[in-house]
Design a protein around this ligand. Structure first.
Ligand SMILES: [Zn+2]
Length: 338
């Protein structure tokens, strides 16, 4: 019996050891399963978190777009308010003028044979009167720039014609696009050489000297003699006395000027592409003879980005995109006579 004791003890120890091992193995399997389950849950939570983050980022981006849009609309509203103020303002005349305009309002260069700006005369364009009911005039100011050829390509896609009111100063390197504007069937028109309000609205003389410079530039580059122009900032800019005399003198030289009755609002750098699309597409339908102000000068990327949607939306609504010519009905805030 004594001899069997160690044997029994060893068997018991082994049995206990095996039991412990079995228990531990069982626990290990349990723990492993729980661990795997937790791992799967953690993975799902991670996925959910990533999705939530994405949604959060999307919402933040939408909010930012919305805020930019609202800032753009606010700016557009203040632009329109300024225009209304310009209309309402008491037009007190500045009688201390320093140009050659006499008391009768006639500019001294007129018909005296002593014209200091002999080049600055417009030819008659003799274009046929455009027919059709539903039309819109898209106009692009302040170019040419690196954006101009892209604008021209987009217009071609929709068989659209437009009017480009060009500026000379700082745009000389893009002079090659002037001919392209003409060759691709658009109207090339003048918008001053310097675009410097303080300079050009000082007097009729200052205006004519500046315009002869841009006229000569366009004529030398293209052989085309423009007959339309737009005042920088519109005809409500400058003193009404000087501007009326400018209008009288430019009309005597054969030029017609165009303001606009639909603004894209793209003059402001706060304007987003969505602002531009909405400002144009929601207004054109309410205006007779719509002339839309846009810009293709440097930095107007928002306008370029908006243009495909503007062209698509308006062409789906049945609009014909026309370029302005001497037969087009003028849109003018100021006239030569008060
Ligand atoms: Zn301009």
């Amino acid at each position: 019996m004594k001899k069997k004791l160690p044997f029994i003890f060893a068997i018991s120890c082994s049995a206990v050891f095996l039991c412990i091992c079995g228990f531990l193995a069982f626990q290990y399997r349990n723990l492993d399963r729980r661990f795997q389950k937790l791992e799967a849950e953690a993975f799902h939570l991670q996925e959910d978190k990533a999705e939530l983050n994405e949604e959060l980022e999307d919402s933040a981006a939408r909010l930012e777009d919305r805020e930019k849009y609202i800032a753009g609309q606010k700016d557009y509203i203040s632009e329109l308010s300024e225009q209304i103020q310009d209309f309402d303002e008491d037009e007190t005349e500045d009688s201390e003028h320093t140009d050659r305009t006499g008391k009768d309002g006639i500019y001294a260069g007129s018909n005296t044979g002593n014209d200091p700006y002999p080049d600055l005369y417009a030819d008659k364009d003799n274009l046929p009167v455009q027919t059709g009911q539903k039309y819109v005039y898209l106009t692009f100011d302040d170019g040419p720039s690196s954006l101009t050829p892209k604008v021209l390509d987009l217009l071609d896609e929709y068989d659209a014609h437009a009017t480009f009111f060009v500026v000379g100063k700082n745009n000389e390197e893009y002079a090659e696009y002037l001919s392209e504007i003409v060759e691709r069937g658009h109207t090339l028109a003048l918008h001053s050489y310097s675009h410097n309000y303080n300079q050009i609205y000082r007097s009729v003389d200052a205006f004519l000297a500046d315009y002869e410079k841009v006229y000569d530039w366009v004529y030398e580059e293209t052989g085309y003699s423009p007959c339309l122009f737009r005042f920088p900032g519109g005809s409500t800019n400058g003193s009404s006395y000087v501007v009326r005399n400018i209008i009288r003198e430019m009309e005597r030289r054969g030029f017609t000027f165009y303001d606009w009755n639909v603004s894209s609002g793209d003059g402001s750098n706060l304007t987003t592409s969505q602002n531009i699309i909405d400002n144009i597409c929601s207004t054109v339908g309410y205006v007779d003879n719509p002339v839309v102000l846009m810009h293709d000068g440097r930095g107007k990327d928002a306008t370029l980005a908006a243009l495909p949607t503007v062209l698509k939306t308006l062409s789906e609504k049945g609009y014909d995109f026309r370029s302005l010519d001497q037969n087009s009905e003028p849109v003018q805030y100021r006239k030569s006579e008060p």
